[in-house]
Design a protein. Structure first.
Lengths: 287, 311
């Protein structure tokens, strides 16, 4: 079911909160994989704040939904969400990049709320598939969500995982592919072209949905459709903009890993402040 | 000594069935070789607890890790090189780093697939897996200890690798033997030299000790069924007692049990250590025993090497 306008506005603000948390970590460390973090902000916002039954209170519950960040380098956005959910204190964000801090450059399970140690690409979908299969064997109706990168698709182990998930009819597994079209070496289509992806995944036995990955309603609808799809897993190809929200970095491969200058930090803060002003105005309008 | 010989794969399959009967969370995982891994009895008894993934040895480790996070105890069995070298990064990250309760069983290890050539040999698995913090490595040397290793693995949390061969193995122990992960077994008292053997080489070691005794060499024999964590206390005792150590394994000398023993001794209890194993070269192909002999691991060569070292 689509979002009400009030729900949509609330989630837009939450996505902005996540981006603001990402910038907070970047201010502390001055280096991080910001491009893919920002491109997947709406996906994580919808999953963590509208879909999944995950909270610090129920994290030991076997029937909780699972989230696995297969593209572990997007960890800034995951940490941003975990802070909003109360898994970690906001002050921890300010330690990002410091010696021995809780938050490494790729997530691990020492961090409250993290379900899998990822970072090496091509692992998360297999782990997610195993989780989905284990939950089914347990008789649980919990679901497993994973976010993959488009550049990550070149890892062959993913295609083992895609095949096995379809073979075992893991309809409780949903994989978002954050299709921002860029990877560290340039355009994904130039580095190693995996288009047409829809046809490939359908041939592998998956249900495939294409959406605008920054459209909150489209994300919600895709999850709803996936929930109603029985007997096969669902892939959501989410077309996104790398570094979305940072005007100077949007759509530039060079910001896959951002080494932030003082000037860029100031510009990023101004960008996000502007977005907050616009959302506040919308909120006023809604009233 | 009871010299009855049993097929280690069948022993493994029976042990896994028993583990599955005792613990209803035990799963059997295969990648197109469930028959070769002797999982048929388990499959027949618990069809819902056997999962087939086809020939995807990397992905299967990740799936096993995911299953483990939901409370299952997966035993993933396949030909040794394809569950170790092939998916090494998955073993490191998805099992070791995540500390998942997955048991990987490499069967037909060493040069068991002698005629199939180096792609199917697994004489580097200890070297690779020893680098993974928290990874337990078991290499039982007779059918009784294979069974006990499997049951102990099912009862002990954490990532583990269990290595078994394929040719029939003599029964060296009776059921009363105390098999404890991380504790080597003193099989024979001796005073001139300590022989630390593991896995498929244990039966050769037992025979070698008898021949050496006849030649007047008194050998202390240790079954080091656990490669990691290594029983360093036992190694220290033996080093102090006999002053010399020989290690014996169906594995490269580089990175194997011998390397671990020699490193430990050099740091804590320096004594001469002779490592018997496969040298730094490609093993050829042919029948199993002649191939072992070509690696210097035939019984006569082992006896000769130990006798010379013990002088």
């Amino acid at each position: 079911m689509s979002l009400t306008s009030a729900e949509e506005l609330k989630l837009k603000k939450k996505a902005l909160d996540l981006r603001t948390n990402v910038l907070r970590m970047m201010k502390a460390s001055r280096a991080g994989h910001v491009g893919g973090a920002m491109s997947s902000a709406e996906i994580l916002t919808v999953l963590y704040f509208h879909i999944m039954n995950v909270s610090p209170e129920n994290f030991k519950d076997n029937n909780r939904d699972r989230f696995v960040l297969s593209a572990g380098h997007k960890c800034l956005i995951l940490y941003a969400a975990l802070a909003e959910l109360g898994f970690i204190d906001y002050s921890v964000l300010d330690t990002y990049g410091s010696m021995g801090c809780l938050l490494p450059g790729h997530p691990n399970m020492k961090i409250p709320g993290v379900e899998a140690n990822t970072g090496a690409l091509g692992h998360g979908l297999s782990i997610s598939g195993g989780m989905a299969q284990g939950l089914k064997l347990n008789g649980s109706d919990a679901r497993v969500f994973t976010v993959m990168g488009d550049g990550e698709l070149a890892e062959g182990s993913n295609w083992e995982a895609f095949a096995a998930a379809a073979h075992h009819r893991l309809d409780n597994l949903l994989a978002f592919i954050d299709w921002n079209g860029l990877q560290i070496g340039g355009k994904t289509a130039d580095v190693m072209n995996y288009s047409p992806l829809t046809e490939k995944l359908e041939a592998f036995g998956w249900s495939v949905i294409n959406i605008d990955g920054h459209d909150l309603n489209a994300i919600v609808d895709a999850v709803t459709t996936a929930s109603e799809t029985k007997g096969k897993p669902t892939a959501v190809i989410a077309k996104t903009i790398k570094s979305k929200g940072l005007s100077f970095a949007e759509g530039k491969a060079g910001y896959h890993y951002w080494k932030a200058s003082d000037e860029e930090i100031a510009e990023a803060e101004a960008n996000l402040e502007q977005q907050r002003t616009e959302l506040t105005a919308m909120e006023g309008g809604a009233e | 000594m009871n010299k009855e010989a049993l097929n280690p794969r069948i022993v493994f399959g029976d042990a896994l069935l028993e583990a599955g009967q005792k613990n209803d969370r035990v799963l059997a995982i295969s990648t197109d070789s469930s028959g070769g891994s002797q999982l048929t009895a388990f499959k027949n008894a618990f069809p819902e607890r056997h999962i087939e993934y086809g020939i995807m040895e990397q992905g299967a480790v990740g799936y096993a890790a995911g299953l483990a996070t939901t409370g299952w105890v997966p035993f993933y069995a396949a030909i040794a090189p394809f569950v170790t070298g092939r998916p090494f990064e998955m073993l490191k990250d998805d099992l070791g780093y995540m500390k998942t309760n997955v048991k990987v069983v490499g069967r037909c290890s060493g040069v068991t697939y002698s005629d199939l050539g180096p792609t199917h040999h697994s004489i580097d698995d200890f070297a690779m897996l020893q680098t993974i913090p928290g990874m337990t490595i078991l290499n039982p040397g007779d059918p009784v200890s294979i069974k006990k290793a499997v049951l102990a693995a099912a009862d002990t949390y954490g990532p583990m690798y269990i290595r078994i061969g394929s040719p029939s193995m003599p029964v060296l122990y009776d059921e009363s033997i105390n098999f404890e992960i991380g504790k080597g077994i003193e099989m024979r008292e001796g005073s001139d030299v300590t022989l630390i053997a593991t896995g498929t080489m244990l039966a050769y070691a037992v025979e070698a000790c008898e021949k050496l005794e006849a030649e007047g060499v008194s050998v202390q024999l240790i079954d080091m069924h656990t490669i990691k964590p290594l029983d360093t206390a036992l190694i220290s005792r033996c080093a102090s007692k006999t002053g010399r150590i020989v290690t014996l394994e169906e594995h490269y000398i580089n990175g194997g049990l011998g390397s671990a023993v020699a490193r430990y001794c050099s740091e804590t209890n320096p004594v001469p250590v002779k490592c018997l194993g496969v040298k730094d070269e490609w093993v050829g192909n042919g029948p199993y025993e002649p191939l072992l002999e070509s690696c210097g691991l035939g019984l006569d060569q082992i006896v000769k090497d130990i006798a010379e070292f013990a002088k």
